[in-house]
Structures are given as C-alpha cells and as structure tokens.
Design a protein around this ligand. Structure first.
Ligand SMILES: Nc1ncnc2c1ncn2[C@@H]1O[C@H](COP(=O)(O)OP(=O)(O)OP(=O)(O)O)[C@@H](O)[C@H]1O
Length: 301
C-alpha cells in the first residue's frame, strides 16, 4: 500500500498481514505514517496505490455492515458533551445489532460511578475509558486503538491492558494498536511492526525484535579493584562463569542486561536518520520480518 499527500509520499510500501485474534502493535516516531495507515484501514482515507483487505473487504468500499464489525475510537461523542455517560453509551449501542449491555460495559471500563456524569465533566483518563467503551459497545471483530492509554494513571493502564487481553483471548477480537509506549507494546502485542518514514522496518514478536538490533547482552559487575566494569557478549553465561571462576565466588554487583525492544526501536529510528543512501533501504532481515516489497499490499485480519 502506498500513500501520498499532494505529491509527497508518506507511505512508501506498507506490506503486512494481521492475523485474526492477534494483538498487533504499530510503532513509529511522530510523522512516520501510523495514523495515515490506520485511517486507510478504517476506510476514512483513500490510499494512492496498492491493495488492502480488512475483514475480507476493501475499506474504501466498506458498507454499514462492514463498519459495524469494526470498533474504533469515535470523535463524534465530542459533539455530545452535555450527554450523560450512560446515556451516550446507550445511544451508541442502539446502532448495533448485538450491543454490549451499557451498565456491564461501564463496569468493565471502570466508569460505573460516572454513569450519571456529564461527558464534559470527565477527567482526561475517564474520557479515554469512555472512548474505549464506545469502541467496543458493538462487539467488534476488529478493534482499532490509537494511543489508547494516553493520560491513564498506572492502575487504569493495567486495567485497560487486562481488558484488551480479555477481548483478544476470550472473544477472539483482533486488535490493532498504535502506541508510543514501548512497554505497553511489549506487554500486549503478539506481534509488533515498526514504521519509520513510511516503511515497515521490522515486524515480529517482541522477543524477535528485541534480539534483532543488538544481538549482544551486556554484563556489568564490579572488579576486585572496585572499578565498575561492563562487557558486551553474545554468550553471557560463559562470561559470568569465567568471572565467577576468576573471582573465586559470587561476582559483586553482577547484572546481565538483554537487549530490549527499546534498543531495537532506537536502532531502527536512528538507522533511518542517516543520510539517504547510507542506510539500507529494505526491511531489517531475520525471523518474523515481513515487508520491503516496494508496492506491497496490506491486509488486516
Ligand atoms: N492531510 C494531510 N495532508 C498532508 N500531509 C499530511 C496529512 N496528514 C498527515 N500528513 C503528513 O503525513 C506524514 C504522516 O503523518 P501521520 O499522522 O500518519 O503520522 P503518525 O505516525 O501517526 O505520527 P504521530 O506519532 O505524530 O501521530 C506526516 O509527515 C504528516 O505531516
């Protein structure tokens, strides 16, 4: 799939499959093209080229029945600021053939106490909870969540993660999540794609991606002379064994740090900040990586 705005290419060939029932996270720096991608999949934007299928339908031709199978965070409730929370939810529920029970849904997202409150009196985090409730009121098969936990306190974030996991595991809902929170992606996603400057640079499970950029673990310890030491190695257990043997006992302040998703993310982003031509143009290779086809197609669920 490709996309350009007024002759400027912003998506250069986004090619990936999102499987039914999986939680898929799309990561990338500001301006990478995440929202553009998601809006094309939601049917709100026309792509410039390529093929897209979402629940078996081209989103550009999605009808009401197709739309009813998709959950997204609507902006329209902002036109309903004076409505009460439960009232708004009941109003939206009426659009769907088999909606969730509004009271149960409020309980699920932790807004029972706010049921009678006016929408414009909710806190930022409470509004996001309401966004999520509105997105799932119609029992969607596919749920789009665009930076869903912005403004959530740690407890609300954890509750939200539990909820998304439950929707995916128990109800088979497919979830496409965009987030800047790498810990959130690592915690929730079955697979993650990294979009940088309109191209998918890597795609795989969190563990696959974390391994990819920096294959070496870092071992830190304090040497007998008291100096802090660190060494990168692809065989940390061997180094630790040697240190233990040389020390003749426990190694002081021993720490083994595996490469993280953040290492991979920063590697991918910086790789693309190098001048044109010096950075590789394709997708990072390795297990679980897809994409790189210049005119690729994108299919979701
Ligand atoms: N309507 C538009 N007209 C012209 N350019 C646009 C339009 N919408 C987005 N862009 C440009 O397309 C590029 C991708 O934007 P997009 O909003 O998809 O990025 P994003 O990855 O969602 O970023 P963020 O993390 O900041 O939300 C940006 O360079 C942006 O300036």
């Amino acid at each position: 799939m490709r996309m350009s705005y007024g002759g400027t290419d912003v998506l250069h060939g986004v090619d990936l499959d999102i499987h039914r029932g999986e939680i898929f996270a799309l990561l990338g720096p500001n301006g990478a093209g995440k929202t553009t991608t998601v809006e094309i999949l939601e049917g709100f934007r026309q792509r410039s080229a390529g093929e897209v299928g979402v629940l078996g339908t081209d989103p550009a031709r999605g009808d009401d029945a197709w739309r009813g199978r998709i959950g997204l965070v609507l902006q329209s409730w902002r036109d309903h600021r004076r409505w009460q929370v439960a009232e708004l939810l009941t109003h939206f529920a009426a659009y769907y053939p088999q909606p969730r029970d509004p009271a149960g849904l409020l309980e699920l997202v932790g807004l029972t106490e706010q049921a009678g409150q006016q929408v414009d009196r909710l806190s930022g985090g409470q509004r996001r909870r309401l966004d999520v409730a509105l997105a799932i009121v119609g029992r969607p098969e596919l749920l789009f969540l665009d930076e869903p936990t912005t403004g959530f306190d740690p407890e609300a974030r954890r509750d939200f993660h539990d909820l998304v996991e439950r929707l995916a595991r128990d109800e088979g809902v497919t979830v496409l999540l965009t987030t800047h929170d790498l810990a959130e992606a690592e915690r929730l996603a079955d697979r993650i794609a990294m979009l940088v400057k309109g191209r998918i640079r890597a795609c795989g499970t969190p563990t696959e991606l974390a391994r990819r950029a920096a294959a070496h673990a870092e071992v830190r310890w304090t040497a007998p002379d008291g100096t802090a030491r660190r060494e990168r190695t692809d065989d940390p257990s061997r180094l630790v064994w040697e240190l233990h043997r040389d020390t003749g006992g426990p190694v002081p302040d021993l720490e083994v740090r595996r490469p993280t998703l953040e290492d991979t993310y920063l590697h991918m982003v910086h790789r693309d900040e190098t001048p044109e031509g010096t950075a590789g143009a394709g997708t990072e290779g390795g297990n679980g990586t897809e994409g790189g086809a210049p005119d690729g197609e994108r299919r979701a669920a």
